[in-house]
Design a binder for this molecule. Structure first.
Ligand code: GLY
Length: 408
C-alpha cells in the first residue's frame, strides 16, 4: 500500500506525556523508541517499566556535560536502581574489544545479574560497544539505548546492531565484530541536541537525508517517492537555525522509517533483489572506504580530520548517485538534486586528498557488505528510491569517486 507524506506514519503514536513513540515490531523482541524533550530525566521510571532488574550499569560518553550524568543517575536512583557509572572515550580507535573487555570486567565487579540493564548514554560509538557488552555479558542482558547525538538517534540506537572495530594489517576494520542485540527501550531526548556542536548536527542530518533518499523503497512506501526528500529539504535550513520542533519531527520520521525497515529484515538477510535492511546502506560502502583514512578532512585542514561518519555518508551519497548515473540507473538531474541537498546541509560534496581509485576499490572490498566476494552497492534509481546492485563494473565505481574528487 502506498502512503502519502501528509498521513501519520503507521508505526508512530503520541503518548500521554506528548512524546512520539515509534514501535519496532520484532515479535518477542519488539520495543519502543521514545522521542521528545526531557526524556533523560525520566530514564529511571521508564527503564523500570521496561526491565525487571534493579541494578543499572551506565556507560557514558566522556564529553557529556556533568548535569546530564546527574540527571540520569538521579532519575535511576529515585526509581530504585542501584547505579554504577563508567566513562568511555568515544573514538573509532577506542571502539575495540579491549574497551568491551574493560566494560565486561567492570560489569562483573558490580554483581550485575541477567535482568539488570546496561544503559548506553552517548553517541553511536558508546551505543555500539555498550550494546555489545550487554549482548555478551551472561549471554545477554537488557540494554537501554539513550542516544545523545542526532546521528545515533536516527540510526545507530535503533535496530540492534552492536559491535566493535578490529585493527588489522590493512588498518581499522569498522564493526567487523558484533552481534544483533535489540535494546529493550530507546530514549531519544531531543532536548540534548540543543547543545550539540554544529558539526555533529550536520553529520546527523546526513543520515536523515539518506533516509529521505530511500523512503519510497522501504515498507513505508511513501508516495510520491521523493516526498520525504522534498519535506526534508524544505525544513533543513530551519532545523540548522535551531527549530527544535521541526528537528523533533525529523527525528520521529527518520526513526519510523528505520524501524519499518528493521521490522521487515531484522538481520539484513533479504536477497539483493528485495533490498531489505541493506537499503539503509545507501552511500555507506563509499563512506566506509574514506572515513577510516586518518588524514582526510571535510575542509582539507588537518585539524578537522578525520571525517565524521555523517560527512563521509554525505560524500558517499554523491558517489552512489554518480555511480548510478554511469550505470544508466539514475538521471543527471537527480544527481544534481542530491549534491545540492548535501551542500544545503552545510556539508562538502567534494574532497581533497582522495587516494587513487584502485586503493579506494580495495578498501571497499573490505566492507562487511561484501557477500561471496561480490561487492553489493546500494544505488539510487530516483529521488526516494534505491536498489542493491551486485558487482557493478569498476568504471562505474570510479565515476562515483570522480564525482567527489577535488584537485590540489
Ligand atoms: N546503520 C544501518 C543499519 O542499522 O542497518
Amino acid at each position: 500500500m502506498k502512503r502519502h507524506m501528509g498521513e501519520p506514519f503507521p508505526n508512530v503514536r503520541t503518548d500521554d506525556a506528548g512524546h512520539d513513540v515509534v514501535r519496532v515490531e520484532l515479535a518477542e523482541r519488539s520495543y519502543d523508541v521514545l522521542i521528545g524533550d526531557g526524556l533523560l530525566s525520566e530514564v529511571g521510571p521508564l527503564t523500570a517499566e521496561a526491565v525487571s532488574g534493579r541494578r543499572a550499569f551506565v556507560v557514558m560518553d566522556e564529553h557529556l556535560p556533568e548535569h546530564v550524568m546527574h540527571t540520569v543517575l538521579n532519575s535511576l536512583e529515585s526509581a530504585g536502581f542501584g547505579t554504577t557509572l563508567t566513562v568511555v572515550h568515544p573514538t573509532e580507535a577506542n571502539k575495540t574489544l579491549d574497551t568491551v573487555d574493560r566494560l565486561l570486567h567492570e560489569i562483573a565487579e558490580t554483581a550485575h545479574e541477567r535482568r539488570d540493564p546496561v544503559i548506553a548514554l552517548g553517541g553511536g560509538i558508546v551505543g555500539d560497544i555498550a550494546g555489545f557488552a550487554g549482548a555478551v555479558y551472561r549471554r545477554g542482558v537488557p540494554v537501554i539505548q539513550c542516544p545523545t547525538t542526532l546521528l545515533s538517534m536516527v540510526d545507530a540506537s535503533v535496530g540492534g546492531k552492536t559491535g566493535a572495530n578490529l585493527m588489522s594489517r590493512t588498518g581499522l576494520r569498522k564493526n567487523l565484530v558484533g552481534a544483533f542485540w535489540q535494546p529493550s527501550l530507546v530514549l531519544a531526548d531531543t532536548g540534548v541536541l540543543e547543545s550539540l556542536p554544529e558539526r555533529h548536527l550536520r553529520s546527523g542530518l546526513a543520515e536523515c537525508l539518506k533516509h529521505a533518499l530511500i523512503a519510497g523503497s522501504t515498507p513505508l512506501a511513501l508516495d510520491p517517492a521523493d516526498a520525504m526528500f522534498r519535506w526534508t529539504n524544505e525544513i533543513l535550513l530551519k532545523v540548522r537555525m535551531g527549530d527544535a520542533e521541526l528537528l523533533r519531527r525529523l527525528v520521529s520520521r527518520s526513526v519510523a522509517l528505520k524501524a519499518a525497515v528493521v521490522a521487515g529484515d531484522e538481520r539484513e538477510e533479504a536477497p539483493s533483489s528485495e533490498g531489505g535492511r541493506a537499503i539503509l546502506n545507501l552511500g555507506h560502502t563509499f563512506a566506509h572506504a574514506i572515513e577510516t583514512i586518518p588524514h582526510l578532512s571535510p575542509d582539507g585542514r588537518s585539524e578537522s580530520s578525520p571525517l565524521h561518519h555523517g560527512e563521509a555518508v554525505a560524500l558517499g551519497l554523491v558517489c552512489a548517485g554518480a555511480c548510478a548515473v554511469h550505470l544508466g540507473l539514475l538521471d543527471e538531474e537527480s544527481l544534481r538534486r542530491i549534491r545540492v541537498a548535501v551542500e544545503r546541509l552545510g556539508l562538502e560534496s567534494h574532497l581533497i586528498g582522495l587516494p587513487p581509485d584502485e586503493e579506494l576499490i580495495d578498501r571497499m572490498r573490505h566492507d562487511k557488505k561484501v557477500l561471496s566476494g561480490r561487492l553489493r552497492l546500494v544505488l539510487p534509481t530516483a529521488i526516494g528510491e534505491a536498489v542493491v546492485v551486485e558487482d557493478p563494473v569498476r568504471e562505474s565505481i570510479f565515476a562515483g569517486w570522480k564525482a567527489i574528487r577535488a584537485g590540489r
